[in-house]
Design a protein around this ligand. Structure first.
Ligand SMILES: *Cc1c(COP(=O)(O)O)cnc(C)c1O
Length: 645
C-alpha cells in the first residue's frame, strides 16, 4: 500500500531515483562553481589551467583515487539501511531533499555558530526551530513575545543535556534574585519556595528583572548585573551554590526506568551525579503514574526538589509512549501546591509521529480522523499524549531518526524563547527597548546559546529544505510516517499469525503492543522452560539476523536488532506474564547470572517506506516471517535435559 507520492522522496532500495539525485548534484555543483567565478571574475585562475597535466598533479590524483576506491570498497560493508529487508535499528533510507540540500550546501561550508560565518543557514536553523515548534503546538510566531525557540544539536543526547542545563538555570534563578534582593522585585519568602518555582514563573521573574534593570542608569545597571552574575550557580558551581543556600539540596531528575542512557550521561556532566537520577517504574513499559506521584510525595516530604521530569515519546527499546497528558495534569497539581519543576519530553525517536496529528493549518486532527487510517493506531493514550505536547516545557526530537536525515541532526525546542537568555556565555542580555533586537537578530549569535561552538550549516539547510518540501503535517511528511505505521500494523498481524503457525516449534509473544513503529518479539523453543536456553537460542538466531562485518552482506537475508527484558524494568508481574506465555519457568531467571538475569528478545524498527512493496506485490514482512520459520531447525536446542515433556 505504498503511496505513489513517496516514489520521489528517497534514493530508493534499488537506487531507483539515481537520475534525479545525479541531476541535482551536478546542477548544484556547477552552480556553486559559477558562484565562485562570479565573485570577482576579473581575478585570473590561481591554479594554472595546465596544472592538471603536471606529473605531481597526476600523482596526487592517482593517490586520491586509490584512497577513495579503498574507502568506497570498505563502505560496501556498511549496513544496508536502505533495504526493506533491514528491520534493525532506528535508521532507514535518506530523504532526497535533505541529502541534496546538504550536498549542495557543503562546499559553501557555512558555520552555524554565528551569522558572521553563516549569513544564510543560521536563519534556516532558527526557522527549523519554528517548524518543529509548530509541529508540537508551541507558539511559533516570532512576533509573539512568548514564541518558542528551537535549534539543532549533534543529536538527541546533546538536546537532552541542553534541557537539563536550561532547567537548572531556571530553577536557580529565583534563588539568585532573592539573594541579591533588588528593591521592587519581590521574589519569594524563602530559598526553598524560590527553588520550587515552576519554570514559567522563573521566566516571568527574569523578565521583571530585565525590565527593572533597563530602567536604571548604566552605572547602576552594571553594578546590579555584576551582583547577579556573582550569585548564579553558573558562576559559583553547584558545590558553592548549595553551600550558600543550606535550605536547599541538589535537585533530582525523574525519568522512566527505560529512559535512554543520555540522561545518565547528562547527570554526570551536570555534576549532579547519577545518584540524583531517579528511575521511575513503568507499567506496560509506560511511566507508572501512581509510582511517579508517590515518589514526588516522598521527595516533597523530605524537602528535596525536582529539577526536571522526563516523559518519553517513543522509547528507544520498545517504542512505547508515556502518558504525557497525565504528567502535565500531575505537574499542574504540584505547581498549585508550590512544588514546581520542568517537564521535558524526550521525543528523539517518536517526535516526527506528531506529523500524523497535524492538519496543514497547524490544528490538531481529531482522534477519529486519524484512527480511520489505521487498524489500532493511535490508541487513545497516544492521542492524548500527542495533544498534550504543547503544554510541556521542552522537547528533544531527532531529525536524524524518523526525520530520515543524515546523522548529526538532533533538535532541542523550548516553549518560551525568553528562557534562552539564561544560557548565554556573556551577560549582555539586558536590552533597553530601543536596542532590543528582533527574534532572528538575537539568535543569529547562536553560539552563545548552544553547547557546540562551530557546527554544520549544511545540516541545518538539509533539515529546513526537507521541512519545506515535506511540511510537517499529515498531508505531506505524514505520508511517510503513515506508511511506517501501516507497516507496523501489518507486522503485528503477521506476527500473530506466525505465533499460531509455529506453536509446535516456538512460543512467541509480543511483550507490548507498540505505540509507534517498533515491535519486539520474545521467543522460546516450545518445550524449553529454562531462560538461559531461550537466551542462547535468541543469540544464535540473531547471529544470522544481525550485522557482522566479516560476512558478505549478500549472504544475509534480513536484519533485526535485540534488546532485553529485565525484572527491574518490567516489574515482577509483567515479567511473570511474559514468561508464562513463553512457557518459561520464572525460577530459571537468576538475578546474579549474566546468562539468565534477563530475557533476550528480538527488536524490529519498521521505518523503511517499502516494507510493503505494492508495485511488485511483495511484503518483506511476510518474507521475514517465512525466513524465520524456515531457518529455525538448525538453531533449536537439541540437548534433551533442557526439555520437559
Ligand atoms: C536516540 C535517542 C536518544 C539519543 O539520541 P542520539 O541522537 O543518539 O544522541 C535519546 N532519547 C531517545 C528516546 C532516543 O531514542
Amino acid at each position: 500500500m505504498t503511496e505513489t507520492n513517496l516514489y520521489p522522496c528517497f534514493l530508493g532500495p534499488y537506487g531507483e531515483n539515481d537520475a534525479l539525485l545525479e541531476k541535482l548534484m551536478l546542477e548544484f555543483l556547477r552552480d556553486h562553481v559559477y558562484w565562485r567565478r562570479n565573485f570577482h571574475p576579473e581575478d585570473p585562475p590561481a591554479i594554472p589551467t595546465q596544472a592538471a597535466q603536471q606529473p605531481a598533479f597526476q600523482e596526487f590524483e592517482a593517490r586520491l583515487r586509490r584512497e577513495l576506491h579503498t574507502l568506497s570498497a570498505l563502505l560496501k560493508r556498511s549496513v544496508p539501511f536502505h533495504s526493506p529487508r533491514y528491520l534493525g535499528h532506528m535508521v532507514s533510507d535518506l530523504l532526497i531533499p535533505g541529502l541534496a540540500a546538504q550536498m549542495l550546501a557543503l562546499p559553501y561550508n557555512p558555520n552555524n555558530v554565528s551569522d558572521e560565518a553563516a549569513p544564510v543557514t543560521i536563519d534556516l536553523e532558527i526557522k527549523v526551530g519554528l517548524q518543529l515548534a509548530r509541529l508540537f503546538g508551541f507558539p511559533c510566531d516570532p512576533q509573539q513575545e512568548n514564541c518558542a525557540f528551537g535549534h539543532l544539536t549533534s543529536g538527541g543526547t546533546l538536546a537532552n543535556f541542553q534541557a537539563l542545563r536550561l532547567a537548572l538555570a531556571l530553577k536557580c534563578l529565583p534563588v539568585t534574585l532573592r539573594t541579591i534582593a533588588p528593591p521592587e522585585l519581590s521574589v519569594s519568602d524563602s530559598d526553598y519556595e524560590a527553588f520550587n518555582r515552576p519554570p514559567h514563573q522563573a521566566i516571568e521573574l527574569l523578565i521583571a528583572w530585565q525590565q527593572w534593570l533597563a530602567g536604571l542608569s548604566s552605572g547602576e545597571r552594571i553594578h546590579w548585573q555584576q551582583r547577579f552574575e556573582s550569585e548564579r550557580i553558573e558562576q559559583l558551581g553547584s558545590v558553592r551554590f548549595f553551600a550558600q543556600h543550606p535550605a536547599l539540596s541538589p535537585p533530582v531528575v525523574m525519568a522512566p526506568v527505560t529512559a535512554h542512557y543520555s540522561w545518565s550521561k547528562g547527570m554526570k556532566l551536570l555534576g549532579l551525579g547519577r545518584e540524583q537520577l531517579i528511575l521511575v517504574p513503568e507499567s506496560g513499559m509506560r511511566l507508572d503514574m501512581d509510582a511517579f506521584d508517590q515518589i514526588l510525595r516522598e521527595l516533597r516530604a523530605s524537602k528535596r526538589s525536582v529539577l526536571l521530569a522526563v516523559a518519553v515519546l517513543g522509547t528507544t527499546e520498545f517504542g512505547t509512549i508515556d502518558p504525557i497528558h497525565e504528567l502535565v495534569a500531575l505537574r499542574e497539581r504540584y505547581v498549585a501546591e508550590g512544588y514546581g519543576f520542568t517537564l521535558h519530553v524526550d521525543a528523539a525517536w517518536g517526535g516526527y509521529l506528531a506529523t500524523l496529528f497535524r492538519k496543514e493549518d497547524g490544528q490538531l486532527r481529531s482522534f477519529e480522523e486519524i484512527r480511520d487510517e489505521f487498524t489500532h493506531f493511535p490508541n487513545p493514550c497516544t492521542y492524548a499524549a500527542m495533544a498534550a505536547l504543547k503544554q510541556v516545557d521542552s522537547i528533544t526530537v531527532d531529525p536524524h531518526k524518523l526525520g530520515y536525515l543524515a546523522f548529526g541532526t538532533g533538535a532541542f525546542v523550548y516553549r518560551d524563547h525568553r528562557a534562552m537568555e539564561l544560557l548565554t556565555e556573556t551577560a549582555d542580555y539586558v536590552f533597553t527597548d530601543a536596542t532590543t533586537p528582533g527574534y532572528f537578530n538575537r539568535y543569529r549569535k547562536l553560539g552563545r546559546y548552544i553547547l557546540e561552538g562551530s557546527k554544520s550549516g549544511a545540516a541545518a539547510a538539509a533539515v529546513y529544505v526537507t521541512h519545506r518540501v515535506l511540511p510537517l503535517d499529515h498531508q505531506h511528511f505524514g505520508q511517510i510516517t503513515r506508511q511506517t505505521i501501516r507497516s507496523t500494523e501489518a507486522f503485528v498481524v503477521r506476527a500473530e499469525q506466525f505465533t499460531r503457525d509455529i506453536a509446535a516449534r516456538l512460543r512467541v509473544c509480543m511483550p507490548y503492543l507498540p505505540d509507534t513503529n517498533l515491535v519486539c518479539l520474545a521467543i522460546n523453543p516450545t518445550g524449553n522452560r529454562d531462560v538461559a536456553v531461550a537466551n542462547t537460542f535468541i543469540r544464535k538466531l540473531h547471529d544470522v539476523l544481525g550485522t557482522d562485518p566479516s560476512i558478505p552482506l549478500q549472504s544475509r537475508e534480513f536484519f533485526c536488532s535485540t534488546t532485553t527484558l529485565r525484572t527491574q524494568t518490567l516489574g515482577e508481574q509483567d515479567m511473570h506474564r511474559i514468561l508464562t506465555i513463553l512457557g518459561l519457568d520464572p525460577a530459571s531467571m537468576q538475578d546474579n547470572d549474566p546468562q539468565s538475569d534477563r530475557l533476550l528478545i528480538l527488536r524490529h524498527t519498521l521505518m523503511n517506506p517499502f516494507h510493503l512493496d505494492a508495485e511488485n506485490d511483495i511484503s518483506y514482512i511476510d518474507g521475514y516471517f517465512e525466513y524465520l520459520s524456515h531457518h529455525l531447525d538448525g538453531l533449536l536446542p537439541t540437548d534433551p535435559p533442557t526439555f520437559v515433556n
